[in-house]
Design a protein around this ligand. Structure first.
Ligand SMILES: *Cc1c(COP(=O)(O)O)cnc(C)c1O
Length: 443
């Protein structure tokens, strides 16, 4: 394939693009339970409009576009305050949770090079439920990931963490909440462990950072998870999840500007000029920064509180219904709008992957998790319109699978097989083969 000799007329082009979209997940109709965070059509409109207006601006150089600089500093000051940061705390906007986590690990590594010179082979403590982006960061930055087991409630096991910590440990990670089951790790005890050892503690609040504070303001009592916990040194919070911003927006926050300085990169010897950059990206889309600022100010506290209430109501309804369906249970004690639905302990437990396939046939996209097998729901405010339909389909498909004793085939069989294979290296190879098979090669 080559670039066409002649351009395509605009109308024809968009017709073709809309046609190609036919097989996509239903992002706006809310039949997806991951990847998309639906607030309200008017919120989406504000994000799109702000993005479009600042489409050409580049956040690479803060001096050229003072508007972007202002948006970014407002977004950061607001987020720092939302997460109870003390005076002197500082952060950066990034392209997403993965970049925020990469920077948190890089900062810890570079901080340790200065402040823990005895460390030969830096390592970090990572609950097994921590997001894979942290493993990706560890891999890229040559920091060893030491995995911490979780309790039967799926929260990080503090005693195990204590035993795994050693003189090479530079960072302890807690999630608020963790993604697979939506449960809160014991942030305070993990941060205390870090503080006792004089090392850093990162809280991955990528998904909870713009949700838990509002939930608290609505009256839910939660164990402290943010900068109120003395040993917490950094927090990541994604704007493009429950901040309802356009995709490509997250924050990484540090207790002190001195700590953030380890994140920054300066190069003084380039013939192209003096270079300094805060994050991993060079060019940064102005649209993502502008949209985050616009949505925050459009919604205000009132808007976020209302959306949080709606998402929680929808979650509570799903949870209640799931608990009344024979064969299904909610795993752990989820604190927010994330649910993992597992199979109830039975003589012949339900094959949830078969249920997921049956739900997919009815147009629902629900993520499949492993060890133990479960179905994952990230609930957005806009899901309130589909809850009744969702739970009816879930009840019917579950009952049908139980009645038929249907065994796994197709997707379900593949997930089951890959989940059970004891040799995880084989599974990793299969995943890499899958990636090779995706497009991106010369035709
Ligand atoms: C989404 C998520 C991430 C990764 O964020 P991206 O924006 O997808 O890169 C990391 N941690 C948690 C807990 C998340 O939910």
């Amino acid at each position: 394939m080559t670039i066409p000799d002649r351009g395509t007329p605009k109308d024809q082009l968009f017709t073709q693009m809309e046609r190609l979209r036919a097989g996509d997940g239903d992002a706006k109709g809310h039949r997806l339970f991951s990847l998309v965070y639906g607030a309200r059509p008017d919120v989406l409109e504000v994000a799109e409009e702000a993005y479009r207006r600042f489409f050409s601006e580049n956040g690479l150089n803060p001096m050229t576009f003072p508007s972007l600089r202002r948006f970014e500093s407002d977004v950061l000051a607001t987020t720092l305050s939302l997460l109870s940061a003390p005076a002197g705390a500082a952060g950066s906007m990034t392209s997403g949770g993965s970049e925020s986590l990469l920077l948190a690990v890089k900062t810890a590594r570079d901080w340790a090079r200065v402040h823990r010179p005895g460390v030969r082979s830096p390592s970090m403590l990572l609950p097994v439920t921590a997001h894979p982006a942290l493993h990706k960061a560890a891999h890229a930055l040559d920091v060893r990931a030491v995995t911490v087991p979780v309790t039967t409630a799926f929260t990080a096991d503090v005693e195990a963490a204590r035993e795994l910590a050693d003189d090479d440990t530079i960072l302890v990670v807690a999630s608020a909440p963790q993604y697979p089951h939506g449960v809160l790790d014991p942030v305070a005890p993990l941060a205390e462990l870090a503080a006792e050892r004089g090392i850093l503690c990162h809280v991955d609040a990528c998904i909870g950072g713009f949700f838990l504070p509002w939930l608290e303001k609505l009256g839910t009592r939660l164990p402290p998870f943010d900068f109120r916990v003395p040993g917490v040194t950094s927090i990541s919070a994604d704007l493009h999840k429950y901040g309802y911003a356009a995709k490509g927006a997250s924050t990484i926050l540090y207790r002190t500007a001195a700590l953030r300085r380890h994140q920054h990169f300066a190069y003084a010897d380039w013939p192209g000029g003096l270079f300094v950059s805060p994050s991993m990206l060079g060019t940064r889309p102005g649209g993502a920064i502008a949209a985050a600022w616009a949505v925050m100010n459009y919604l205000g506290a009132e808007g976020y509180l209302d959306l949080t209430r709606r998402a929680m109501d929808a979650t509570a309804r799903i949870r209640r219904e799931v608990e009344s369906i024979a064969g299904l249970v909610v795993l752990g004690d989820p604190v927010m709008s994330i649910l993992a639905v597992g199979a109830a302990p039975e003589t012949v437990p339900l094959d949830l992957y078969v249920v997921a396939d049956a739900m997919q046939e009815r147009g629902w996209r629900i993520d499949r998790q492993q060890s133990p097998a479960s179905l994952h729901f990230t609930v957005s405010p806009e899901h309130d319109a589909v809850v009744a339909h969702l739970v009816r389909d879930l009840r019917e498909t579950t009952e049908a699978v139980r009645a038929s004793g249907k065994t796994a085939e197709g997707m379900a069989a593949m997930y089951g097989m890959l989940g059970r294979l004891p040799d995880r290296a084989v599974v990793r190879e299969a995943l890499l083969d899958f990636m090779d098979g995706m497009d991106g090669s010369a035709s």
